[in-house]
Design a protein around this ligand. Structure first.
Ligand code: NAD
Ligand code: DAU
Length: 341
Protein backbone atom coordinates (compact mmCIF):
# COMPACT_ATOMS: atom_id res chain seq x y z
CA UNK A 1 0.00 0.00 0.00
CA UNK A 2 1.57 3.28 -1.13
CA UNK A 3 -0.92 5.62 -2.79
CA UNK A 4 -4.33 5.89 -1.16
CA UNK A 5 -7.36 7.47 -2.80
CA UNK A 6 -9.45 8.95 0.01
CA UNK A 7 -12.84 9.88 -1.43
CA UNK A 8 -14.85 12.48 0.48
CA UNK A 9 -11.68 13.70 2.19
CA UNK A 10 -12.96 17.29 2.41
CA UNK A 11 -15.88 16.33 4.65
CA UNK A 12 -15.97 15.92 8.42
CA UNK A 13 -14.53 12.44 8.96
CA UNK A 14 -12.59 12.34 5.69
CA UNK A 15 -10.62 15.52 6.49
CA UNK A 16 -9.83 14.25 9.99
CA UNK A 17 -8.72 10.96 8.42
CA UNK A 18 -6.45 12.61 5.83
CA UNK A 19 -4.67 14.47 8.63
CA UNK A 20 -4.49 11.38 10.82
CA UNK A 21 -2.83 9.41 8.02
CA UNK A 22 -0.35 12.17 7.14
CA UNK A 23 0.61 12.48 10.81
CA UNK A 24 1.06 8.76 11.40
CA UNK A 25 2.19 7.20 8.08
CA UNK A 26 4.22 7.94 4.94
CA UNK A 27 1.59 7.01 2.33
CA UNK A 28 0.67 9.42 -0.44
CA UNK A 29 -2.89 10.59 0.18
CA UNK A 30 -4.96 11.67 -2.81
CA UNK A 31 -8.11 13.38 -1.61
CA UNK A 32 -10.84 13.03 -4.26
CA UNK A 33 -13.91 15.10 -3.37
CA UNK A 34 -16.78 16.70 -5.27
CA UNK A 35 -16.99 19.58 -2.77
CA UNK A 36 -20.73 19.42 -2.17
CA UNK A 37 -22.19 21.71 0.51
CA UNK A 38 -20.51 19.39 3.07
CA UNK A 39 -17.05 19.41 1.49
CA UNK A 40 -14.80 22.25 2.61
CA UNK A 41 -11.16 22.76 1.71
CA UNK A 42 -10.80 25.01 4.75
CA UNK A 43 -10.86 21.77 6.76
CA UNK A 44 -7.47 20.99 5.23
CA UNK A 45 -5.56 24.28 5.09
CA UNK A 46 -2.98 23.14 7.66
CA UNK A 47 -1.83 20.22 5.46
CA UNK A 48 -2.59 21.47 1.94
CA UNK A 49 1.12 21.86 1.16
CA UNK A 50 2.19 18.56 2.73
CA UNK A 51 4.45 16.72 0.23
CA UNK A 52 2.42 13.50 0.57
CA UNK A 53 -0.94 15.18 -0.03
CA UNK A 54 -2.84 16.09 -3.17
CA UNK A 55 -6.40 17.31 -3.67
CA UNK A 56 -8.42 16.47 -6.77
CA UNK A 57 -11.90 17.87 -7.27
CA UNK A 58 -14.04 15.08 -8.70
CA UNK A 59 -17.26 13.12 -8.44
CA UNK A 60 -17.12 9.40 -7.57
CA UNK A 61 -19.95 8.88 -10.08
CA UNK A 62 -17.74 10.16 -12.92
CA UNK A 63 -16.22 6.87 -14.11
CA UNK A 64 -13.82 8.36 -16.68
CA UNK A 65 -12.38 10.84 -14.21
CA UNK A 66 -12.13 8.26 -11.42
CA UNK A 67 -10.26 5.90 -13.77
CA UNK A 68 -7.95 8.68 -15.00
CA UNK A 69 -7.16 9.69 -11.43
CA UNK A 70 -6.39 6.11 -10.44
CA UNK A 71 -4.03 5.70 -13.41
CA UNK A 72 -2.30 9.08 -13.10
CA UNK A 73 -1.84 8.90 -9.32
CA UNK A 74 -0.96 5.19 -9.38
CA UNK A 75 -3.57 4.42 -6.77
CA UNK A 76 -3.40 1.00 -5.08
CA UNK A 77 -5.98 1.49 -2.30
CA UNK A 78 -9.37 3.21 -2.06
CA UNK A 79 -11.03 4.31 1.17
CA UNK A 80 -14.53 5.50 0.37
CA UNK A 81 -15.88 8.20 2.68
CA UNK A 82 -17.72 10.08 -0.07
CA UNK A 83 -21.44 10.15 0.61
CA UNK A 84 -24.50 12.20 1.22
CA UNK A 85 -24.53 11.74 4.99
CA UNK A 86 -27.42 13.60 6.62
CA UNK A 87 -30.62 11.68 7.46
CA UNK A 88 -32.86 14.77 7.48
CA UNK A 89 -31.71 15.77 4.00
CA UNK A 90 -32.44 12.23 2.76
CA UNK A 91 -36.00 12.64 4.04
CA UNK A 92 -36.34 15.93 2.16
CA UNK A 93 -35.03 14.28 -1.03
CA UNK A 94 -33.45 10.87 -1.60
CA UNK A 95 -32.17 11.16 -5.16
CA UNK A 96 -28.64 12.46 -4.44
CA UNK A 97 -28.28 9.74 -1.79
CA UNK A 98 -29.09 7.01 -4.30
CA UNK A 99 -26.79 8.51 -6.92
CA UNK A 100 -23.69 9.13 -4.79
CA UNK A 101 -24.00 6.47 -2.12
CA UNK A 102 -24.99 3.58 -4.40
CA UNK A 103 -23.95 4.40 -7.97
CA UNK A 104 -20.77 6.16 -6.83
CA UNK A 105 -19.75 3.12 -4.80
CA UNK A 106 -20.44 0.90 -7.82
CA UNK A 107 -18.07 3.03 -9.95
CA UNK A 108 -15.34 2.65 -7.32
CA UNK A 109 -15.90 -1.11 -7.06
CA UNK A 110 -15.63 -1.43 -10.85
CA UNK A 111 -12.37 0.52 -10.65
CA UNK A 112 -11.11 -1.87 -7.96
CA UNK A 113 -11.79 -4.78 -10.35
CA UNK A 114 -10.50 -3.06 -13.49
CA UNK A 115 -7.19 -1.92 -11.98
CA UNK A 116 -6.72 -4.95 -9.68
CA UNK A 117 -6.14 -2.64 -6.72
CA UNK A 118 -4.76 -3.98 -3.42
CA UNK A 119 -7.60 -2.90 -1.13
CA UNK A 120 -10.98 -1.20 -0.95
CA UNK A 121 -12.49 -0.04 2.32
CA UNK A 122 -16.12 1.06 2.41
CA UNK A 123 -16.84 3.47 5.28
CA UNK A 124 -20.35 2.44 6.29
CA UNK A 125 -22.55 3.14 9.27
CA UNK A 126 -24.34 1.44 12.17
CA UNK A 127 -27.59 2.87 10.74
CA UNK A 128 -27.75 -0.05 8.27
CA UNK A 129 -28.81 -2.26 11.21
CA UNK A 130 -31.94 -0.20 11.95
CA UNK A 131 -33.12 0.57 15.48
CA UNK A 132 -32.64 -1.18 18.85
CA UNK A 133 -35.10 -1.44 21.75
CA UNK A 134 -34.58 1.34 24.27
CA UNK A 135 -34.97 -0.79 27.37
CA UNK A 136 -32.89 -3.84 26.53
CA UNK A 137 -29.46 -2.29 26.85
CA UNK A 138 -27.76 -5.71 26.65
CA UNK A 139 -28.76 -5.90 22.96
CA UNK A 140 -26.30 -4.16 20.62
CA UNK A 141 -25.50 -4.27 16.90
CA UNK A 142 -23.00 -7.01 16.05
CA UNK A 143 -21.60 -7.69 12.58
CA UNK A 144 -24.16 -10.52 12.36
CA UNK A 145 -27.19 -8.30 13.01
CA UNK A 146 -29.38 -8.37 9.88
CA UNK A 147 -29.63 -5.16 7.87
CA UNK A 148 -32.96 -3.38 8.41
CA UNK A 149 -32.89 0.19 7.19
CA UNK A 150 -35.39 2.89 8.07
CA UNK A 151 -34.28 6.10 6.31
CA UNK A 152 -33.44 6.78 2.67
CA UNK A 153 -29.90 7.56 3.89
CA UNK A 154 -29.43 4.24 5.65
CA UNK A 155 -31.10 2.35 2.77
CA UNK A 156 -28.59 3.86 0.34
CA UNK A 157 -25.66 2.99 2.62
CA UNK A 158 -26.94 -0.58 3.04
CA UNK A 159 -27.34 -0.95 -0.72
CA UNK A 160 -23.69 0.10 -1.11
CA UNK A 161 -22.65 -2.45 1.53
CA UNK A 162 -24.52 -5.19 -0.33
CA UNK A 163 -22.78 -4.21 -3.57
CA UNK A 164 -19.45 -4.43 -1.72
CA UNK A 165 -20.35 -7.95 -0.53
CA UNK A 166 -21.43 -8.95 -4.03
CA UNK A 167 -18.22 -7.70 -5.69
CA UNK A 168 -16.07 -9.35 -3.03
CA UNK A 169 -17.93 -12.66 -3.43
CA UNK A 170 -18.38 -12.73 -7.21
CA UNK A 171 -15.03 -11.33 -8.30
CA UNK A 172 -12.95 -12.31 -5.27
CA UNK A 173 -11.92 -8.72 -4.59
CA UNK A 174 -10.17 -7.35 -1.47
CA UNK A 175 -13.11 -5.46 0.04
CA UNK A 176 -13.54 -4.47 3.70
CA UNK A 177 -16.50 -2.74 5.34
CA UNK A 178 -16.50 -0.71 8.56
CA UNK A 179 -19.72 0.30 10.34
CA UNK A 180 -19.27 3.06 12.88
CA UNK A 181 -21.58 4.72 15.38
CA UNK A 182 -22.19 8.50 15.62
CA UNK A 183 -19.03 10.57 15.36
CA UNK A 184 -18.37 13.98 16.90
CA UNK A 185 -15.39 16.33 16.87
CA UNK A 186 -13.81 19.24 14.96
CA UNK A 187 -15.04 20.12 11.44
CA UNK A 188 -18.41 18.39 11.74
CA UNK A 189 -20.94 20.21 9.59
CA UNK A 190 -23.41 22.07 11.85
CA UNK A 191 -26.46 20.25 10.53
CA UNK A 192 -25.64 17.31 12.85
CA UNK A 193 -26.76 17.25 16.47
CA UNK A 194 -23.62 18.18 18.45
CA UNK A 195 -22.21 21.04 16.31
CA UNK A 196 -25.71 22.41 15.66
CA UNK A 197 -26.47 22.53 19.38
CA UNK A 198 -23.10 24.13 20.19
CA UNK A 199 -23.62 26.84 17.55
CA UNK A 200 -27.22 27.55 18.61
CA UNK A 201 -26.25 27.61 22.30
CA UNK A 202 -23.40 30.05 21.64
CA UNK A 203 -25.75 32.30 19.67
CA UNK A 204 -28.43 32.27 22.38
CA UNK A 205 -30.91 30.70 19.95
CA UNK A 206 -33.40 27.87 20.44
CA UNK A 207 -32.01 24.31 20.33
CA UNK A 208 -34.45 22.10 18.35
CA UNK A 209 -34.79 18.68 20.01
CA UNK A 210 -36.74 16.08 18.02
CA UNK A 211 -39.67 14.25 19.67
CA UNK A 212 -39.20 13.50 23.37
CA UNK A 213 -35.40 13.81 23.20
CA UNK A 214 -35.07 10.23 24.40
CA UNK A 215 -33.53 8.74 21.27
CA UNK A 216 -30.18 7.17 22.05
CA UNK A 217 -26.94 7.40 20.08
CA UNK A 218 -23.53 5.82 20.75
CA UNK A 219 -20.93 8.60 20.37
CA UNK A 220 -17.32 8.16 19.26
CA UNK A 221 -14.68 10.90 18.94
CA UNK A 222 -13.74 11.26 15.27
CA UNK A 223 -10.03 10.55 15.77
CA UNK A 224 -10.93 7.16 17.26
CA UNK A 225 -12.93 6.38 14.10
CA UNK A 226 -9.85 7.36 12.04
CA UNK A 227 -7.55 5.09 14.05
CA UNK A 228 -10.06 2.24 13.68
CA UNK A 229 -10.13 2.63 9.88
CA UNK A 230 -6.32 2.69 9.79
CA UNK A 231 -6.32 -0.51 11.87
CA UNK A 232 -8.78 -2.24 9.54
CA UNK A 233 -6.92 -1.24 6.36
CA UNK A 234 -3.69 -2.63 7.84
CA UNK A 235 -4.89 -5.71 9.69
CA UNK A 236 -8.45 -6.46 8.57
CA UNK A 237 -9.34 -9.66 6.71
CA UNK A 238 -10.71 -9.22 3.19
CA UNK A 239 -14.45 -9.78 2.96
CA UNK A 240 -15.04 -8.96 6.64
CA UNK A 241 -17.21 -6.33 8.29
CA UNK A 242 -15.91 -4.50 11.40
CA UNK A 243 -18.19 -2.57 13.75
CA UNK A 244 -16.68 0.50 15.42
CA UNK A 245 -18.14 2.18 18.49
CA UNK A 246 -17.32 3.78 21.78
CA UNK A 247 -19.76 1.98 24.15
CA UNK A 248 -20.98 5.46 24.97
CA UNK A 249 -24.78 5.67 24.81
CA UNK A 250 -26.50 8.97 25.51
CA UNK A 251 -30.06 10.25 25.32
CA UNK A 252 -30.10 13.21 22.93
CA UNK A 253 -31.62 15.46 25.57
CA UNK A 254 -28.79 14.71 28.01
CA UNK A 255 -26.19 15.66 25.38
CA UNK A 256 -28.05 18.92 24.72
CA UNK A 257 -28.21 19.70 28.46
CA UNK A 258 -24.52 18.85 28.85
CA UNK A 259 -23.56 21.27 26.05
CA UNK A 260 -25.69 24.04 27.57
CA UNK A 261 -24.19 23.50 31.00
CA UNK A 262 -20.59 23.43 29.69
CA UNK A 263 -21.27 26.74 27.92
CA UNK A 264 -22.95 28.24 30.99
CA UNK A 265 -26.25 28.61 29.10
CA UNK A 266 -29.83 28.12 30.27
CA UNK A 267 -31.96 25.03 29.56
CA UNK A 268 -34.70 27.52 28.58
CA UNK A 269 -32.99 27.54 25.18
CA UNK A 270 -34.26 23.97 24.56
CA UNK A 271 -37.19 23.76 22.13
CA UNK A 272 -38.91 20.42 21.61
CA UNK A 273 -40.02 20.12 17.98
CA UNK A 274 -41.92 17.54 15.90
CA UNK A 275 -40.07 14.28 15.57
CA UNK A 276 -37.97 13.24 12.56
CA UNK A 277 -40.19 10.89 10.46
CA UNK A 278 -39.15 7.24 10.94
CA UNK A 279 -36.73 8.29 13.70
CA UNK A 280 -34.59 5.35 14.89
CA UNK A 281 -34.87 5.02 18.67
CA UNK A 282 -31.55 3.59 19.71
CA UNK A 283 -28.15 2.72 18.21
CA UNK A 284 -25.46 0.83 20.11
CA UNK A 285 -22.42 -0.90 18.69
CA UNK A 286 -20.76 -4.07 19.90
CA UNK A 287 -17.13 -3.54 18.83
CA UNK A 288 -15.74 -6.75 20.36
CA UNK A 289 -14.57 -8.02 16.96
CA UNK A 290 -12.28 -5.11 16.04
CA UNK A 291 -11.01 -4.94 19.62
CA UNK A 292 -10.20 -8.63 20.06
CA UNK A 293 -9.20 -9.59 16.49
CA UNK A 294 -7.38 -6.41 15.45
CA UNK A 295 -6.42 -4.86 18.82
CA UNK A 296 -8.10 -1.47 18.26
CA UNK A 297 -9.21 0.54 21.28
CA UNK A 298 -10.67 4.06 21.45
CA UNK A 299 -8.33 6.61 23.08
CA UNK A 300 -10.78 9.37 23.99
CA UNK A 301 -13.24 9.34 26.89
CA UNK A 302 -16.48 11.20 26.15
CA UNK A 303 -15.61 13.79 28.79
CA UNK A 304 -12.31 14.52 27.06
CA UNK A 305 -13.74 14.38 23.50
CA UNK A 306 -16.69 16.68 24.17
CA UNK A 307 -14.42 19.24 25.92
CA UNK A 308 -12.09 19.26 22.91
CA UNK A 309 -15.04 19.56 20.54
CA UNK A 310 -16.73 22.43 22.36
CA UNK A 311 -13.41 24.28 22.63
CA UNK A 312 -12.80 23.80 18.90
CA UNK A 313 -16.18 25.34 17.98
CA UNK A 314 -15.55 28.25 20.35
CA UNK A 315 -12.14 28.87 18.80
CA UNK A 316 -13.30 28.37 15.20
CA UNK A 317 -16.39 30.51 15.10
CA UNK A 318 -15.46 31.85 11.64
CA UNK A 319 -15.47 28.32 10.23
CA UNK A 320 -19.02 27.50 11.31
CA UNK A 321 -20.45 30.96 10.70
CA UNK A 322 -19.25 30.78 7.11
CA UNK A 323 -20.90 27.40 6.42
CA UNK A 324 -24.13 28.34 8.24
CA UNK A 325 -25.10 30.73 5.46
CA UNK A 326 -26.46 30.66 1.90
CA UNK A 327 -27.72 27.17 0.99
CA UNK A 328 -27.57 26.17 4.66
CA UNK A 329 -30.19 28.74 5.66
CA UNK A 330 -32.58 27.45 2.98
CA UNK A 331 -32.07 23.89 4.17
CA UNK A 332 -32.60 24.94 7.80
CA UNK A 333 -35.85 26.69 6.98
CA UNK A 334 -37.10 23.73 4.94
CA UNK A 335 -36.25 21.16 7.59
CA UNK A 336 -37.31 22.99 10.74
CA UNK A 337 -40.09 25.44 9.87
CA UNK A 338 -42.77 22.72 9.71
CA UNK A 339 -41.50 21.09 12.91
CA UNK A 340 -42.23 23.90 15.35
CA UNK A 341 -45.02 22.83 17.69
P1 NAD B 1 -19.82 14.65 5.34
O1 NAD B 1 -21.19 14.89 4.78
O2 NAD B 1 -19.26 15.59 6.33
O3 NAD B 1 -18.78 14.58 4.12
C1 NAD B 1 -19.04 13.91 2.93
C2 NAD B 1 -17.97 14.30 1.91
O4 NAD B 1 -18.22 13.57 0.71
C3 NAD B 1 -17.99 15.79 1.55
O5 NAD B 1 -16.67 16.29 1.53
C4 NAD B 1 -18.59 15.81 0.14
O6 NAD B 1 -18.13 16.89 -0.65
C5 NAD B 1 -18.11 14.46 -0.40
N1 NAD B 1 -18.95 13.96 -1.50
C6 NAD B 1 -20.31 13.87 -1.51
N2 NAD B 1 -20.72 13.38 -2.69
C7 NAD B 1 -19.61 13.12 -3.41
C8 NAD B 1 -19.38 12.58 -4.70
N3 NAD B 1 -20.41 12.22 -5.49
N4 NAD B 1 -18.11 12.45 -5.14
C9 NAD B 1 -17.07 12.83 -4.36
N5 NAD B 1 -17.22 13.35 -3.13
C10 NAD B 1 -18.48 13.50 -2.66
O7 NAD B 1 -19.86 13.18 5.89
P2 NAD B 1 -19.13 12.52 7.16
O8 NAD B 1 -19.97 12.72 8.35
O9 NAD B 1 -17.72 12.94 7.17
O10 NAD B 1 -19.23 10.99 6.76
C11 NAD B 1 -18.23 10.38 5.95
C12 NAD B 1 -18.61 8.93 5.72
O11 NAD B 1 -18.70 8.25 6.96
C13 NAD B 1 -19.95 8.73 5.03
O12 NAD B 1 -19.82 7.67 4.12
C14 NAD B 1 -20.89 8.37 6.17
O13 NAD B 1 -21.93 7.56 5.70
C15 NAD B 1 -19.96 7.61 7.09
N6 NAD B 1 -20.31 7.64 8.53
C16 NAD B 1 -20.55 8.83 9.15
C17 NAD B 1 -20.79 8.84 10.53
C18 NAD B 1 -21.04 10.13 11.27
O14 NAD B 1 -21.38 10.10 12.46
N7 NAD B 1 -20.87 11.29 10.67
C19 NAD B 1 -20.80 7.64 11.24
C20 NAD B 1 -20.57 6.45 10.57
C21 NAD B 1 -20.31 6.47 9.20
O1 DAU C 1 -24.96 6.42 13.47
C1 DAU C 1 -24.12 6.89 12.46
C2 DAU C 1 -24.80 8.02 11.73
O2 DAU C 1 -24.84 9.13 12.62
C3 DAU C 1 -24.11 8.40 10.43
O3 DAU C 1 -24.20 7.32 9.53
C4 DAU C 1 -24.76 9.64 9.81
O4 DAU C 1 -24.04 10.05 8.66
C5 DAU C 1 -24.76 10.75 10.83
O5 DAU C 1 -25.44 11.87 10.30
C6 DAU C 1 -25.43 10.30 12.13
O6 DAU C 1 -26.85 10.10 11.95
P1 DAU C 1 -27.92 10.58 13.05
O7 DAU C 1 -29.21 10.77 12.39
O8 DAU C 1 -27.86 9.72 14.27
O9 DAU C 1 -27.23 12.00 13.45
P2 DAU C 1 -27.82 13.46 13.71
O10 DAU C 1 -26.71 14.27 14.22
O11 DAU C 1 -28.58 13.96 12.54
O12 DAU C 1 -28.86 13.21 14.88
C7 DAU C 1 -28.45 12.64 16.10
C8 DAU C 1 -29.69 12.51 16.98
O13 DAU C 1 -30.13 13.84 17.33
C9 DAU C 1 -30.87 11.87 16.28
O14 DAU C 1 -31.59 11.08 17.22
C10 DAU C 1 -31.73 13.03 15.83
C11 DAU C 1 -31.48 14.08 16.91
N1 DAU C 1 -31.56 15.48 16.45
C12 DAU C 1 -30.82 15.86 15.37
C13 DAU C 1 -30.87 17.14 14.88
C14 DAU C 1 -30.07 17.54 13.67
C15 DAU C 1 -32.34 16.40 17.12
O15 DAU C 1 -33.00 16.06 18.13
N2 DAU C 1 -32.41 17.68 16.65
C16 DAU C 1 -31.71 18.09 15.55
O16 DAU C 1 -31.84 19.28 15.16
Amino acid sequence: MKNILVTGGAGFIGSNFVKYMLQNYTYKIINYDKLTYAGNLENLTDIEKHPNYKFIKGDICDKDFVYRTIKESQIDTIINFAAESHVDRSILGAREFVITNILGTQVLLDALKEFKLEKFLQVSTDEVYGSLPENQREIKFSEKTPLKTNSPYSASKAAADLLCNAYEHTFNLPVLITRCSNNYGPYQFPEKLIPLMIAKALDGEKLPVYGDGKNIRDWLYVEDHCSAIATVIHKGKDGEVYNIGGSNEWYNIDIVKLILSKLGKSENQIMYVKDRPGHDRRYAIDSTKIQTELGWIPRYSFENGIEKTISWYIENENWWRKVMSGEYLKYYEKNYSGKII
